[in-house]
Design a protein around this ligand. Structure first.
Ligand code: PEP
Ligand code: MG
Length: 838
């Protein structure tokens, strides 16, 4: 193709205020991943050509198109954000692919009202997708009218072409199902291109007889790959294997906002030569296990003779719904107490679905015609599932699985079935598709692993399986369901394989690996009750984070040296009235009693932000995480804090009770509470004042650690909030979950500064945020000066074992170097290098 290489002035394709890309509320566009460009918040309803050129691509859903200008610049014009989800509704394209258009020619018209109401934002983009070849210079950042000058485009100096090295080595191929919502539209395609560009090898996607290089966004979009479509990937070059793995993971992992929590990049199904006796699927939770295959079937209902009394059936359904509602409520409360936000979100959604008027109305109508409650409920659910599946959206199709879950739960309640599977321990459970409740049941029964014919790696079951550490594979195909019951199989979730006919040698090998893992766990457990000393004799206290006396007892049994954090706000979540002083005292005393002679750190109530209590409604805030939370509550409700301190001062022995203050930002807050504590001690005639500590979870506190340590008995670093406030990333933001990483060098510097400041006053420092439970971080935290790690109870033995294999002086030396690294992933990588996980 001939490109005339000329500088080009683009005219405004829309009328409205102009924004830089950085201001666009979409991380992919804003980061420039798709290329340089500009945005307009449109006030008109027609998109015009910004220059003369050829229409080289029109999105299937009519919300975007690409124009190639005569100088070779490729311009993506994208109307609104997330408009791919409108599936073309409200858009009419006025040109065809291949058309030559003149400057300012109308290209597509859209229904301003409809699109504005249904999409996230109308902000529209003009992106230069081959920015590697051209530079963009905005002419104005004010409001523009269609046709007014907007941008200059200038060709960059080129620097040679592809080297022969790019094509060395064999071509590696793999296949994968596209997990991206709406298919490979602009944003996921841009991520694929960016992934491919991180490697020297050349990569291509192949679909429906067409191929495109991963370097070309237009090429990728031009393949018109829908979601759940299966595509082939090929890579050739010096790092082809790594490129292939990265692309398979990127293609099979939906954009962050599509999944509930950041799923780790999972290796997807690979095409090698078809292996006999092996089913390929997608890894939803890693691990390697062997065991007998156990087929789990859904409930099947007998024929309904009909002619039932509608009133009776309605009554029966209501009773069953109430039972299920209260079961889910119970699960929810447990999840809240354990701060298991995945479980909480999933089962809150189930409660909402259970109350969905469309479902209840449909079931009611079926019953009114004489149908049994069981069949009416089933049919109502099935028709809603069909609606979700028809949307063609993976995300919504996965929600159908949640409806099936509710179908089964309510049927079980209606049929009076004891909801219990007789699954042998260690079995590999195979099912068409498991539901979240199935998973909770099965994990309690000690099954070895899970595999499903259907399902996605971003589904709720997958999230739960990862949380429970249960190896799990999805999308294995219906052949899975034809396998005989009881046959020995190997579930190699890491490799995306289910081996149906493993020979004795393979079984022995897997068994050996499992035994080694179990043995290691048993050895760690056997040592769990001894103190953890590094090889050079430094004592590290490994305590546990708990939310109740029962969990405290579990922590003690697991070898915890104490409780490093009792989150008191979770002691009283499942209630509508505030606990009085006496009730609080009993609850705190119970935790102390459960811990034998160990000390217990009790944090004063930390509501606000992500933590809300029914009985303590707080004023609505514009920015709750920056509002009245933690110790700031004392500012507005001082009587609540006084009541809690009174209750705490009455536990015995007080020597084992340490009080911890959340969200402190300055020394005065600490001094104020110290004075209150002293006054209450005199009032209650308490002689011994308990130790008082400060949470370091705001950068201000870390920076003031030395001053705080002068007046505090200990400091405890809350890495969850410290990450949120240091990185300015919401800790519960699904789209940012992978980036809210406490191993970020900025956080490490704050931790180092905290430890150094505390050392001046001989004050000890612990970590009670989630970073303490990450075995990869143990060495680094010790190296930075942390002396106590408060971890989840089940991890006490593992973290103690980790401590025992470290040399504290070496940790100190290496940690200093890691402070200078440039990103959290660089730190993670270095930690793996220096202190490999077993
Ligand atoms: C933290 O912020 O790291 C912490 C331990 O407190 P929470 O998670 O309860 O906010
Ligand atoms: Mg916190």
């Amino acid at each position: 193709m001939h490109n005339n290489n000329k500088e080009l002035t683009l005219s405004a394709p829309l009328s409205g205020p102009v924004l830089t890309l950085a201001k666009v509320p979409d991380p992919v566009f804003a980061s420039g991943t798709m290329g340089d460009g500009i945005a307009i918040d449109p006030l008109n309803d027609t998109l015009h050509a910004p220059c003369a050129g050829v229409v080289v691509h029109i999105a299937r859903t009519g919300h975007a198109l690409t124009l190639r200008a005569d100088n070779g610049a490729e311009l993506l014009l994208h109307l609104g954000l997330d408009t791919v989800e409108l599936q073309g509704q409200g858009f009419s394209v006025l040109v065809k692919e291949g058309d030559r258009v003149s400057n300012s020619q109308p290209l597509l018209r859209y229904d301003l009202d409809q699109v504005a109401q249904q999409c996230k934002s109308l902000v529209s983009l003009l992106i230069l997708t081959n920015s590697q070849d051209f530079q963009v210079r905005p002419i104005t950042l004010k409001s523009v009218k269609v046709g007014e000058p907007l941008l200059h485009i200038i060709r960059r100096q080129t620097s040679g072409g592809e080297s022969a090295e790019d094509f060395i080595g064999e071509e590696l191929t793999g296949h994968v199902r596209i997990a991206h919502r709406g298919g490979l539209h602009a944003r996921p395609a841009a991520l694929i291109r960016q992934t491919a560009q991180g490697f020297k090898s050349k990569s291509w996607l192949h679909y429906a007889g067409k191929s495109a290089t991963c370097d070309s966004l237009i090429g990728l979009m031009g393949l018109a790959i829908g979601e759940q479509a299966e595509v082939h990937v090929s890579c050739q070059g010096p790092d082809a294997e790594a490129a292939l793995q990265a692309l398979l993971a990127a293609l099979s992992t939906a954009l962050a906002e599509d999944s509930h929590a950041a799923a780790p990049a999972m290796p997807a199904a690979r095409v090698r030569a078809a292996e006999a006796g092996v089913l390929h699927g997608v890894c939803a939770a890693p691990g390697l296990v062997s065991g007998p295959l156990f087929r789990l079937s859904a409930i099947s209902l007998p024929q309904d003779p009909g002619d039932h009394d509608p009133q009776q059936q309605l009554q029966a359904l209501e009773t069953a719904l109430n039972q299920v509602r209260s079961d889910i409520d119970h699960t929810l409360n447990q999840a809240k107490k354990q701060r298991n936000s995945d479980e909480e979100a999933i089962f809150s959604a189930h409660l909402a679905l259970l109350e969905d008027p469309a479902l209840l109305e449909a079931a009611g109508q079926f019953m009114a015609s004489g149908m049994a409650a069981t069949h009416a409920w089933s049919q109502a659910i099935e028709s809603q599932c069909e609606v979700l599946r028809q949307t063609g959206s993976t995300l919504l199709a996965e929600r159908a699985n949640d409806l099936i879950d509710l179908k089964q739960r309510v049927l079980r309640a209606l049929l009076g079935d004891a909801w219990h599977y007789e699954v042998p321990a260690g079995a590999i459970v195979a099912a068409h598709e498991l539901t979240p409740s199935d998973l909770l049941q099965l994990s309690q029964q000690g099954v070895g692993g899970l595999c499903m014919a259907e399902g996605g790696a971003t589904s709720h079951v997958a999230i739960l399986a990862r949380g429970k550490g249960l190896p799990c594979m999805v999308a294995l195909g219906s052949t899975l369901l034809d396998q005989p019951q009881g046959q020995s199989v190997v579930l190699d979730a890491d490799g995306g394989r289910l081996e149906l006919t493993p020979g004795p040698e393979r079984l022995a090998e897997v068994h050996q690996i499992q035994l080694q893992q179990q043995q290691r766990r048993a050895e760690q457990q056997a040592q769990a009750h001894s103190s953890a000393l590094t090889r050079d004799g430094l004592h590290i206290e490994v305590a546990a984070n708990v939310a109740s006396a029962t969990e405290a007892a579990e922590a003690l049994a697991n070898g915890a040296d104490g409780v490093g954090l009792l989150r008191t706000e979770f002691l009283f979540v499942d209630r509508h009235t505030a606990p009085d002083e006496q009730e609080q005292r009993l609850a705190y005393q119970a935790v102390l009693d459960a811990m034998g002679d160990k000390s217990v750190i009790i944090r004063t109530i930390d509501v606000g932000g992500d933590k809300q209590l029914d009985y303590l409604p707080l004023p609505v805030e514009a920015n709750p995480v920056l509002g009245l939370r933690g110790i700031r509550l004392a500012q507005v409700r001082p009587e609540l804090l006084d009541q809690q301190l009174r209750a705490l001062l009455q536990v015995s022995p007080l020597s084992r009770c340490r009080i911890l203050l959340p969200m402190v930002t300055e020394v005065d807050e600490l001094l104020h509470i110290r004075r209150r504590l002293d006054a209450l001690c005199s009032e209650l005639r308490v002689k011994q004042r308990p130790q008082l500590g400060v949470m370091i979870e705001v950068p201000a506190a870390a920076l003031l650690a030395e001053q705080l340590a002068e007046h505090a008995d200990f400091l405890s670093i809350g890495t969850n909030d410290l990450s949120q406030y240091t990185l300015a990333m919401d800790r519960d933001h699904a789209g940012l979950a992978a980036r809210v990483d406490a191993l970020h060098p900025a956080l490490l510097r704050l931790i180092a500064q905290t430890c150094a400041g505390a050392a001046v006053h001989d004050c000890w420092v612990g970590v009670c945020g989630a970073l303490a439970s990450d075995p990869l971080a143990t060495a680094l935290l010790i190296g930075l000066g942390v002396r106590e790690l408060s971890v989840s109870p089940v991890q006490v033995a593992e973290i103690k074992d980790r401590v025992r294999h470290l040399d504290a002086s070496e940790c100190r030396r290496i940690s200093q170097d890691l402070l200078t690294l440039s990103s959290a992933s660089a730190v993670r990588h270095a930690c793996h290098q220096h202190w490999p996980l077993g």
